[in-house]
Design a protein around this ligand. Structure first.
Ligand code: FE2
Length: 224
């Protein structure tokens, strides 16, 4: 058994015009696949080859300071996990806004969807260098945060609800250096609020809200 590349939960052209099919095919088919393939090679003979991806991420996060090999394994495992979570954080344009408990938390934390969107765009656009912008649950409260390079909230005991990849490979083909345009397009059109609500419900009932993303097994990859 090895870590699988999860299929995209939508056709590669489904996010257009905000993210092109070409960008998705390269991002998923080259970058995400590259992290998964590298990880499987690194895990050989480690005793972790048969573990769920989130367990690998959390386990290697604890060794990152003292073990150079663990840094490489953590980086590839976390990137594999983050990308799987990113695909689930997106859905084709035209979906609904958050409802129920999540809508109430967004209202009490950010003053509503407009405040949330401004804060999320600001964090994602302002993050220096490569990384990720997240909406997380931190001890029952909503929080926006960014992580550097491969770092991920699940390595810090936090429950992610949504993420935006702000590595240049996520937007450079479509928008060159204009990260703010890409971030605005994602926040305004592509966030998968039903997925975020499901993660919040699992976190609230004591389950690991993030388990579904990285543990998901691949089916046949979808193509546009
Ligand atoms: Fe990426």
């Amino acid at each position: 058994m090895s870590i699988d590349l999860p299929s995209l939960p939508f056709a590669a052209a489904a996010l257009e015009p905000h993210i092109s099919a070409e960008t998705l095919q390269i991002h998923w088919g080259k970058h995400h696949r590259g992290y998964v393939d590298k990880l499987n090679g690194l895990l050989r003979d480690t005793g972790f080859a048969n573990k769920p991806l989130d367990v690998i991420v959390e386990s290697y996060a604890n060794q990152i300071v003292t073990n150079k090999d663990a840094v490489t394994i953590f980086n590839n495992a976390a990137q594999a996990w983050n990308h799987a979570f990113f695909w689930q954080s997106l859905r084709p344009p035209g979906g609904r806004a958050p409802e129920g408990a999540l809508a109430a938390l967004i209202a009490s934390t950010f003053g509503g969807m407009r405040g949330f969107a401004e804060a999320f765009k600001s964090a994602a656009t302002g993050h220096f260098g490569s990384g990720w912008a997240w909406l997380v649950v931190d001890r029952g409260a909503l929080r926006i945060m960014t992580t550097v390079n491969a770092d991920t909230p699940i390595a810090h005991g936090l429950t992610p609800l949504l993420v935006i990849d702000v590595w240049e490979h996520a937007y450079y083909l479509d928008r060159h250096e204009r990260r703010a345009d890409y971030v605005a397009a994602v926040v305004d059109n592509l966030l998968h609020w039903e997925f975020a609500e499901a993660s919040l419900r699992r976190a609230a009932t004591g389950g690991a809200g993030h388990r579904s993303a990285g543990s998901e097994r691949a089916a046949t990859p979808q193509r546009a």
